[in-house]
Design a protein around this ligand. Structure first.
Ligand SMILES: Cc1cc2nc3c(=O)[nH]c(=O)nc-3n(C[C@H](O)[C@H](O)[C@H](O)COP(=O)(O)OP(=O)(O)OC[C@H]3O[C@@H](n4cnc5c(N)ncnc54)[C@H](O)[C@@H]3O)c2cc1C
Length: 541
C-alpha cells in the first residue's frame, strides 16, 4: 500500500500541469502521477492544430472567442465557464511558454496564428502540425526535474475507493461520497495494489476507442468516466461525441486513424466528392470551414449518396513548399502511404475524435465526489456544451488544471489535520480480493466483444442516429455487459478486460444520453427529432 498527498491519474496536459503546480507549491508533500501506458502516450501528444487563445487584441477580442465558443456549443455551454476559460487562457499559455513551449512565429517575431472551423478570427497558436507533442515534451521535462513528483508508468487504475469499500451502502443519492484513493493493477507485477491519497485528480482523457475508427490512441478507453460512474458520481452529456471530419482513410480502417488537421482546410484545403465536386457549399455558407459537426455530417451524407467509403481533401494548389512548411508531419505520413499531396488528393473519412461530455464538475474542477478533482477531456466543465470549438480543449485542460490547483491549496489549508485520520482509515480499507479467479482461457472472448462494441457504436450511435438504432444498440450492449461482467467476476484482471468493461459502460452512457435527448442539437443528430427542443437541458446520469 502507498500513501500520498496528491494522486494524479493521467500524464496528459491536464494531469501533468496540475502535478507541476501542486508539487511546486508544496515542496514537502508527495505527488504521485500514474499512467497506464508510456509517459507520453496520451491524446495530448497527438494534438496537431494547436491551442485557441486571444493574442491579437487589435483584430480579435475575448468577446469574439466567447461568441464563437457559445455558437459552437449550441445553447448548452455554461456561459460563466466559457468566460473563465477564454479570459484566463492567455495567462496559462504564457506560463507554458515560460516552461519552454515553442509556438511558430512570423519573421517579425509575432506568433503565427492559425484559424480553424467555427473561429471568426486567426487565433490558434501552434508548433508546426505537432503542437500536442511539443506541449507534452515540455511538461514531461518539467515533471522530471521536480523531486517531489513520483511518476509511475504502466499502472492501470481500476477503481476509486469510497465508503462503499468500507462496507457502507453508497448510491447516487448518498451525500458526501468521499474518495480515499484507488486500486491499481501494477502491470509489471500483475498485482492489484491500494493507493491512498488526500487529494486525487482524475485526468484520464477521452474515449474515442469506443468507436471502430478514431483519431485517439489506444489509451482513450474512457476509464475515468466508467470508474466515476461505478463510484456513483455524476456524468453529463455523454451523447456529444465529436467526429473529426477528416481522418486519413486507409482500407479496412479500425482503431487509431491518422488525423488531417482542420488547419489544412483553414489554409485552403477543399473537400471534394467522388466526382471531384467541391460539395461543402451545398451544406453551409461557411463551406469547408463550417463547424466540424456540419462538415462531418456533410461528408457522411456524400459518402452515403455516392456509395463510397471516403471523400477527398484537395491540397494540390498549395504547392509542396507551403504545405511542408506548415504540415511537415502530415506530408510525411501521406508520402509514407503513397500520397504526394502536390499531385494527389488525400482520401479522408470522419472518425470519433473528442468527448464533449464527461464527469460533471463545477467551475473549480470539483466532481460530485469529495476530494476528487477532474480535468481535461474526461471532464464536463460546461465549456463545450453540445459541441467543442476546435482547439479549445488544450486551453480548457490548462485553465482547469490551474483552477483545480488553486482549490486544492485552499482545501489543504482548511483540512491540514485530516492526514492522521486518513492513516487510521487506511487500515480499514480492504485489500483487493482476487480469490477464486483464474486466467481467462481465451483472449478471443475479449477481443471479439470489443469488435462488437465498436461496430455497434459506429453503426448505430455514430454521426447520424435514430430511435430504432439506439434501442438496438442498447439491447446489444446489455448482452455484452452481461458476458463481460461474468468474465470480470471469474477471471484474473488484465488491462484488456478492464478496458473492455470500461468501454461498455461508456458506450452505455453515450447511448442512454442519446436516447434521453429527444432533439437534434450540436453533435447529437437524431433523424426522428430533426429540430431543437424548447427544453434546453444537460443530461446527467
Ligand atoms: C489526433 C488528435 C488531435 C487533436 N488536436 C487538438 C488540437 O489541435 N487542439 C486541441 O485543443 N485539442 C486537440 N485534441 C484534443 C486534445 O488533444 C485532448 O482533448 C487533450 O490532449 C486531452 O488531454 P488530457 O490530459 O485530458 O488527456 P490525455 O492527454 O489523453 O491523457 C490521459 C492520460 O490518462 C491515462 N489513463 C487513462 N486511463 C487510465 C487508467 N485506467 N489508469 C492509469 N492511467 C490512465 C493515459 O495513459 C494518459 O496518460 C486532439 C486530439 C487528438 C486525438
Amino acid at each position: 500500500m502507498k500513501q500520498t498527498d496528491f494522486l494524479v491519474i493521467g500524464s496528459g496536459i491536464a494531469g501533468l500541469t496540475y502535478a507541476l503546480k501542486v508539487a511546486n507549491q508544496f515542496p514537502d508533500k508527495k505527488v504521485l502521477v500514474m499512467t497506464k501506458a508510456a509517459a507520453d502516450e496520451t491524446n495530448t501528444k497527438y494534438a496537431q492544430g494547436g491551442i485557441a487563445v486571444v493574442n491579437d487584441m487589435e483584430n480579435d477580442s475575448f468577446e469574439k472567442h466567447i461568441d464563437d465558443t457559445l455558437i459552437a456549443g449550441d445553447g448548452l455551454c455554461n456561459e460563466k465557464v466559457v468566460e473563465i476559460v477564454v479570459k484566463e487562457g492567455p495567462e496559462r499559455v504564457k506560463e507554458i511558454i515560460e516552461w519552454g513551449a515553442r509556438f511558430d512565429k512570423e519573421k517579425d517575431g509575432d506568433y503565427k496564428l492559425g484559424r480553424e472551423g467555427g473561429h471568426s478570427e486567426f487565433r490558434i497558436l501552434h508548433h508546426k502540425d505537432v503542437t500536442g507533442r511539443e506541449m507534452e515534451r515540455v511538461l514531461i521535462d518539467a515533471v522530471a526535474k521536480q523531486t517531489n513528483i513520483e511518476f509511475i508508468k504502466h499502472c492501470f487504475v481500476v477503481d476509486i475507493i469510497t465508503q462503499h469499500h468500507l462496507g457502507y451502502l453508497v448510491t447516487k443519492a448518498t451525500p458526501d461520497i468521499e474518495c480515499y484513493g484507488v486500486y491499481v493493477l501494477n502491470l509489471e507485477t500483475n498485482k492489484i495494489e491500494k493507493i491512498l491519497s488526500r487529494i486525487t485528480l482524475l485526468a484520464s482523457g477521452g474515449n474515442g476507442q469506443v468507436y471502430r475508427t478514431t483519431t485517439n490512441p489506444s489509451i482513450a478507453t474512457g476509464d475515468g468516466v466508467a470508474m466515476l460512474y461505478r463510484a456513483k458520481g455524476r456524468i453529463e452529456n455523454m451523447e456529444f461525441i465529436q467526429f473529426h471530419p477528416t481522418a486519413l482513410y486507409e482500407a479496412g480502417m479500425r482503431g487509431q486513424a491518422f488525423l488531417i488537421t482542420e488547419a489544412v482546410r483553414g489554409d485552403g484545403g477543399i473537400l471534394r466528392n467522388k466526382n471531384g465536386e467541391a460539395f461543402m457549399e451545398k451544406y453551409d455558407p461557411r463551406k469547408d470551414l463550417a463547424p466540424r459537426d456540419i462538415v462531418a455530417r456533410a461528408i457522411d451524407s456524400e459518402m452515403k449518396r455516392t456509395g463510397t467509403e471516403h471523400v477527398w481533401l484537395d491540397c494540390r494548389h498549395f504547392g509542396k513548399e507551403k504545405f511542408v512548411e506548415h504540415f511537415p508531419n502530415i506530408y510525411e505520413k501521406c508520402l509514407s502511404v503513397g500520397i504526394d499531396i502536390a499531385k494527389h488528393m488525400i482520401p479522408v473519412a470522419p472518425a470519433a475524435h473528442y468527448s464533449c461530455g464527461g464527469i460533471k464538475t463545477d467551475e473549480w474542477g470539483r466532481s460530485s465526489i469529495n476530494n476528487l478533482y477532474v480535468c481535461g477531456e474526461c471532464a464536463s466543465t460546461g465549456l463545450h456544451g453540445a459541441n467543442r470549438l476546435a482547439s479549445n480543449s488544450l486551453l480548457e485542460a490548462m485553465v482547469f488544471a490551474h483552477r483545480c490547483y488553486l482549490d486544492s491549496v485552499e482545501w489543504l489549508s482548511k483540512n491540514n489535520g485530516s492526514a492522521d485520520a486518513r492513516s487510521s482509515l487506511a487500515k480499514l480499507i480492504p485489500d483487493w480480493k482476487a480469490e477464486g479467479t483464474t486466467e481467462p482461457k481465451e483472449m478471443i472472448l475479449i477481443t471479439q466483444s470489443l469488435k462488437e462494441l465498436q461496430q455497434v457504436m459506429s453503426d448505430y450511435v455514430g454521426i447520424v442516429r435514430n430511435d430504432i438504432r439506439l434501442q438496438r444498440a442498447l439491447r446489444r450492449l446489455d448482452l455484452l455487459w452481461e458476458e463481460t461482467e461474468h468474465l470480470y467476476q471469474t477471471s484474473s484482471l488484465s488491462p484488456q478486460l478492464l478496458e473492455l468493461r470500461n468501454m461498455i459502460t461508456v458506450g452505455y452512457l453515450i447511448v442512454k444520453g442519446a436516447a434521453f435527448r429527444k432533439e437534434s442539437r450540436g453533435l447529437h443528430y437524431n433523424t426522428d427529432y430533426p429540430g431543437k427542443s424548447p427544453l434546453v437541458q444537460n443530461i446527467v446520469l
